[in-house]
Design a protein around this ligand. Structure first.
Ligand SMILES: C[S@@+](CC[C@H](N)C(=O)[O-])C[C@H]1O[C@@H](n2cnc3c(N)ncnc32)[C@H](O)[C@@H]1O
Length: 458
């Protein structure tokens, strides 16, 4: 595809969806566009451009849905960003619950909800916070451009990786483990409504003006250009009730005109509010931290229970006595990564690699962070380094396969798959592999089989 035609596609995608495809992602985009051309039996991509350029037609609308699945990045997980979850749990949601004791009605929108983890996390928080939830009318809504993501959100079945930010006790309380994955409790699933909506198209929203108490739109604007963000902000403002809140990803509104929203600053995150509240919510007094036992094992135990704040405090105390303990530094890097504090996690991992360039755990962590930051080429590099240095690391093969499939790069998959399967054959079936927080060899074999039959969405 020549540069000028590509530029026309990029412009059209940006205009239609707000998504500004990054220069490094254009080769993948071209592959995806060409695969759609083939599927539609077009001889030239210009025919495909012509179809997309008339979004009012039914055929174009159907095709935009297909394309949406290919150009969006739907990475999400429960209780993502512990800091923001803390602000929601301890401040914003209690404040909203208090404010609505009279009408017992709350309306919350997750805009760019992906596969549902974000709005279901809110549903769980509300269930934990409201003593008599049955007497409330909770209108929880998820909007996303991708039909595939919306279908998965409605199904409410999740793999282990979706729970990396969530407390194990909560996971067990609200989900049931099945061979297909962890299935969300029916009541919560029924309590959330999902719709395919393009956030740029105000006419697609089905919420009344001035009716929403809280809009959460995190990790969506990172893909948008400034004009699209500004346009969507205008829509959000019109949807918010007076004193309603907007929560975005950190720094996602930097440089934008946020008026008439006010900024509420908490140590963990900024929250935007429509109009000044006569009694702005102050953070609830944090629960007292139990006296720490300065042992690395205690920190590990807290980490396993996903109590990251406590794990970090304990690990830092240990490190003060044992500054060169590599295991402790790795644990701290893992804690930072799970808290979304990637800069600190990367710095510590690099420090570990300077001492030992073959530190496999540090390389795997860097690969995970790169994936989290949507830097798939870097993630692949780290995983290849792991395989080079430690060719029996099964998880590196599996993650590399997932990455290639998500980019529709099918060529490297068969040999990676064959090696992974061979390595798995040599393991006892019940052995736990540290993939997606622990999975047996048999389960991983089944997962690989299913993965290659139903390739991952990009
Ligand atoms: C990285 S996910 C974020 C998911 C979730 N908010 C979170 O932080 O975990 C970004 C989501 O935004 C959605 N998205 C991108 N452009 C959109 C648009 N114009 N309208 C609606 N959703 C959009 C994508 O489909 C994707 O599911």
């Amino acid at each position: 595809m020549d540069d000028s035609l590509l530029a026309e596609f990029l412009q059209l995608i940006r205009q239609q969806t707000g998504i500004a495809i990054r220069a490094q992602d254009t080769p993948q985009l071209v592959k995806k566009l060409l695969s759609r051309c083939r599927a539609l039996e077009y001889r030239h991509p210009r025919q495909y451009l012509a179809l997309l350029a008339h979004p009012a037609s039914l055929a174009a609308q159907q095709e935009w849905q297909q394309l949406a699945d290919l150009i969006t990045t739907g990475e999400s997980y429960f209780f993502r960003d512990q800091g923001q979850i803390k602000v929601l749990r301890e401040t914003i949601l209690p404040h909203l619950i208090g404010r609505h004791q009279g009408d017992r009605t709350l309306r919350i929108l997750s805009a760019g909800c992906s596969t549902g983890e974000e709005i279901y996390s809110i549903a769980i928080l509300l269930k934990e916070l409201i003593p008599d939830p049955d007497r409330w009318q909770l209108h929880l809504v998820g909007y996303d451009l991708s039909p595939q993501a919306i279908a998965q959100a409605r199904a409410g079945v999740y793999g282990r990786w979706s729970f990396r930010g969530m407390d194990l006790t909560l996971q067990r309380r609200y989900f049931q483990e099945t061979p297909q994955g962890w299935v969300l409790n029916e009541e919560l699933r029924q309590g959330v409504r999902f719709r395919c909506v393009n956030l740029l198209a105000q006419e697609e929203y089905d919420l009344l003006p001035a009716s929403v108490d809280l809009i959460i739109c995190r990790n969506v604007f990172i893909y948008f250009d400034s004009a699209a963000i500004q346009q969507i902000l205008g829509t959000f403002v019109s949807l918010l009730r007076p004193h309603g809140y907007l929560l975005t990803g950190h720094t996602e509104l930097q440089g934008q005109d946020i008026s008439p929203l006010n900024i509420l600053s908490y140590p963990e995150s900024v929250v935007y509010q429509l109009g000044a509240d006569p009694q702005p919510p102050s953070a609830a007094t944090p629960p007292p931290t139990p006296p720490p036992v300065s042992a690395l094992e205690e920190a590990r135990a807290a980490f396993a229970l996903r109590n990251y704040t406590q794990a970090l405090t304990l690990a830092q105390q240990w490190q003060a006595h044992q500054p060169n303990d590599q295991a402790c530094l790795l644990l701290m890097a893992q804690i930072y990564a799970n808290q979304g504090r990637y800069t600190e996690a990367i710095a510590l991992s690099q420090q570990l690699l300077q001492r030992d360039p073959a530190n496999i755990d540090a390389l795997l962590l860097l690969a995970h962070i790169a994936q989290e930051q949507q830097n798939k080429p870097l993630a692949k590099d780290y995983l290849r380094r792991v395989i080079f240095l430690s060719p029996n690391t099964i998880v590196a093969y599996v993650e590399l396969i997932e990455l290639h499939l998500s980019e529709q790069e099918l060529d490297p998959v068969p040999s990676l798959l064959a090696t992974a399967q061979l390595l798995l054959q040599n393991c006892p079936p019940d052995e736990i592999i540290s993939f997606h927080q622990g999975i047996t060899v048999t389960m991983l074999q089944q997962y690989l089989k299913q993965l290659t039959i139903t390739p991952l969405a990009p």
